[in-house]
Design a protein around this ligand. Structure first.
Ligand SMILES: O=C(O)c1ccccc1N[C@@H]1O[C@H](COP(=O)(O)O)[C@@H](O)[C@H]1O
Length: 217
């Protein structure tokens, strides 16, 4: 069975790119949400993206970004995908995908079974789905909170119309169990591989990728 693909999200420093590449990540996430401790400027994101070796996909994370913001990001940073992590409607997702010519991944927040139909709602208009924990009411960040949801909600549901990633509160200590329970073939992590908010830890990145692979054994 092919290996699991890992996304390390919210890189802020050149050494984070190196750690993600040597650790075996398939994607890196560059965060443009101003309220996040992981937010980077376009200039920093460009430098990080240019440092990534061939084969390491660069994903821009945005939250309800307007066209002008997206235009600046796409013009300034070499990217492979856009991650929409706000309240973008399916119509807005389709519009962004058509305007920028990049694959789009939409984050869907899950708290309980009532949230699952939203996955099918977005599947027709995206290239990938990101199934994340729903943020608590009033949270400042719509993701990156280190919160998990009940992975059993995805048991027996491992196929959707599009490729998907599991996210939300994943750590080197729990990712193998998450992969086993959900059947995920791709996983995404932000806070679970940090020593402090916005500061990635190379050893945790390495441990996370190893543990994610172990979940497929
Ligand atoms: O990481 C952030 O700061 C962030 C901010 C706004 C939206 C999404 C964000 N991160 C994404 O959320 C998931 C889950 O994060 P965590 O692993 O629970 O900390 C993460 O994989 C990012 O894609």
């Amino acid at each position: 069975m092919p290996g699991i693909r890992v996304k390390i999200c919210g890189l802020t420093r050149p050494e984070d790119v190196d750690a993600s590449a040597t650790g075996g990540a398939a994607y890196i996430g560059l965060n443009f949400f101003p309220k996040s401790p992981r937010c980077v400027s376009i200039e920093t994101a460009r430098a990080l993206a240019l440092r990534a070796p061939a084969g390491l996909a660069k994903v821009a994370l945005v939250v309800d970004a307007d066209d002008a913001t997206l235009d600046r990001i796409v013009a300034g940073v070499p990217l492979d995908m856009l991650q929409l992590h706000g309240r973008e409607t399916p119509e807005r997702v389709a519009e962004i995908r058509a305007r920028h010519g990049l694959p789009v991944m939409k984050a869907i927040g899950i708290a309980d079974a009532a949230d699952l139909p939203r996955i099918d709602l977005y599947a027709p208009v995206v290239d990938q789905l990101l199934i994340d924990a729903k943020p608590p009411e009033g949270a400042i960040l719509p993701g990156g909170n280190g919160l998990r949801f009940d992975w059993r909600l995805l048991q027996g549901r491992k196929y959707w119309q599009k490729p998907w990633m599991l996210a939300g509160g994943l750590t080197p200590g729990n990712v193998a169990e998450a992969v086993r329970l959900t059947g995920a073939r791709q996983v995404d992590v932000a806070s679970g591989v940090e020593s402090a908010p916005g500061v990635k830890d190379a050893a945790l990145i390495r441990d996370f990728v190893v543990a994610a692979q172990a979940g497929t054994d």
